[in-house]
Write a protein that binds this ligand. Structure first.
Ligand code: SF4
Length: 476
């Protein structure tokens, strides 16, 4: 038995017994991915301790929960041999749609987001996403295909991610996933069913899409129809009660996440960093075949530990240091958060995976699919540019930040264009300074720490000077 793999799990709070039980599947997963002993050692001894605050139990448990789900990828072939139906989800999508399937099918079905998970785990914890992005002969970086889809295509074609029974793909933000899916099907001999759900991006500028019954019904029916097709393909019956249960599970976690986000972002000194917060936020963007229990345990522990830090006045930087929200803290490139901190700026909440009071309003619908549709259309990133600006302005009022950081999605036709078109307007309406850094959320193959150091230092310098000036004026 490889001692290093056991120690890796123990570092993340797995007990010795749990680690030994998981070992055969863990070792098989490491082999399947092509990770070598030196990669695991580097992750354990350098990358994780440098970029993640593993002195916090909640963080250890959360990373451990992601690793547990990674091991699920290594088990897919066995699941298929046992006749278990395998369903893949992709991002961006509405995760409770998938948890409803898992709740309905239990052990008869495995539901997961393998490529999203690979990107987070290999990038964020191993600095090794290059295993699946270096070869750009199928989807090229030069054509600005995103690294998530490049990871998907390479891991699928190489059979690291075995073919599912069905993949439910979406065109809610971007249509890159659906297109990639078609290409994968052209390139492989194995074929599987795929469902593509979407909504036309034809809302008028400023239209309140979450209040448009026709739009809600259309999107709700897309979700419903997806389930009907999954039923036909897998034989698993998905009833309304399963969808309600999925919404409840999601709401339960998001309320905890919202509490944690506000505790961290609205406390000075900021008790934990942007990476740690985004780690918990990312959980709401996918579902886990291994379940949410470990993530729940992790976030409960995190909330308690953060409360203690707040009580003791402990912060990652001294009180009064500038704090900056981010569209989505790039956790697959975790040095960005740490470099800001080294320069005296605390990265705080990620607007992409945070909530504001608008999103917690009671639903106007009793039908669970319409509830999911309304929930989707309440988020600033899911709607037309005009409404996006309006919602972002509302959201920023609820967080105590000095600035917002954007970028890392310039390759993305949806998010990238939103960022370039809305920042000035949001800045003018809120008075919160907005900054932009060219980069990639998924990987740093096109930019290195040294390339971005100057930009980060100058943003930090500006924020510190501005803060000094504002505080001085304030005390006058
Ligand atoms: S292009 Fe953007 S929205 Fe689409 S899958 Fe890639 S990162 Fe996600």
């Amino acid at each position: 038995m490889n001692k290093l793999l056991i120690e890796f799990l123990e570092m993340l709070d797995f007990s010795r017994t749990e680690a030994e039980e998981l070992y055969p599947d863990w070792a098989a997963t490491i082999d399947l991915l092509g990770l070598e002993e030196q990669d695991v050692r580097f992750a354990k001894e350098e990358w994780i301790p440098q970029h993640w605050d593993i002195s916090i139990k909640g963080v250890r448990l959360c990373i451990g929960a992601y690793i547990r789900e990674l091991i699920e990828i290594g088990k897919i072939k066995k699941y298929k041999e046992r006749g278990i139906k395998v369903i893949y989800g992709i991002s961006p999508s509405q995760p409770p749609c998938y948890s409803a399937i898992k709740i309905a099918g239990g052990e008869k079905v495995a539901v997961m987001y393998p490529d999203f998970l690979l990107s987070i785990v290999l990038g964020g914890f191993f600095n090794k996403l290059s295993l699946f992005t270096e070869d750009d002969s199928l989807l090229s970086e030069r054509c600005r295909h995103c690294a998530l889809n490049r990871t998907r295509i390479n891991s699928s074609v190489r059979q690291v991610i075995p073919e599912p029974d069905v993949i439910w793909t979406w065109k809610l933000f971007c249509d890159e996933a659906a297109k990639t899916e078609e290409l994968i099907q052209c390139l492989t001999d194995n074929h599987w069913d795929y469902i593509a759900s979407g909504i036309p991006h034809d809302a008028c500028l400023g239209e309140h899409e979450d209040k448009d019954p026709e739009r809600i019904t259309y999107l709700g029916n897309q979700f419903r129809e997806g389930h009907r097709q999954i039923e036909e393909i897998t034989g698993i019956e998905i009833q309304n009660k399963h969808v309600y249960a999925a919404i409840k599970e999601y709401a339960n976690y998001t309320r905890k996440l919202d509490r944690l986000t506000r505790m961290v972002t609205n406390t000075d000194p900021q008790p934990v960093g942007g990476n740690e917060l985004a780690l918990f936020g990312t959980t709401i963007s996918l579902i886990f075949n291994s379940g949410l229990t470990r993530f729940e345990e992790a976030i409960d522990s995190m909330i308690e530990e953060v409360a203690v830090r707040i009580q003791e006045g402990k912060g990652i930087l001294p009180k009064g240091s500038p704090r900056m929200g981010c569209h989505f803290t790039p956790i697959c490139v975790p040095w960005v958060d740490r470099l800001f901190r080294q320069n005296g700026v605390a990265v705080s909440f990620s607007s992409h995976v945070s909530f504001f009071k608008h999103e917690f309003l009671p639903f106007d619908y009793a039908d669970p699919y319409q509830m999911l549709a309304q929930l989707w259309l309440r988020h600033p990133n899911s709607v037309n540019l005009g409404y996006h600006i309006e919602l972002m302005v509302e959201m920023l009022k609820e967080y105590d930040i000095d600035a917002m950081l954007y970028g890392f999605f310039s390759f993305d036709r949806w998010l990238g264009s939103y960022q370039s078109m809305t920042l000035k307007e949001i800045e003018e309406q809120t008075g919160v300074r907005h900054f932009y850094i060219e980069g990639d959320f998924w990987e740093d193959r096109n930019y290195k720490k040294t390339d971005r150091k100057g930009r980060i230092e100058s943003i930090a310098y500006f924020l510190k000077s501005n803060k000094l000036f504002t505080d001085a004026n304030y005390s006058d």
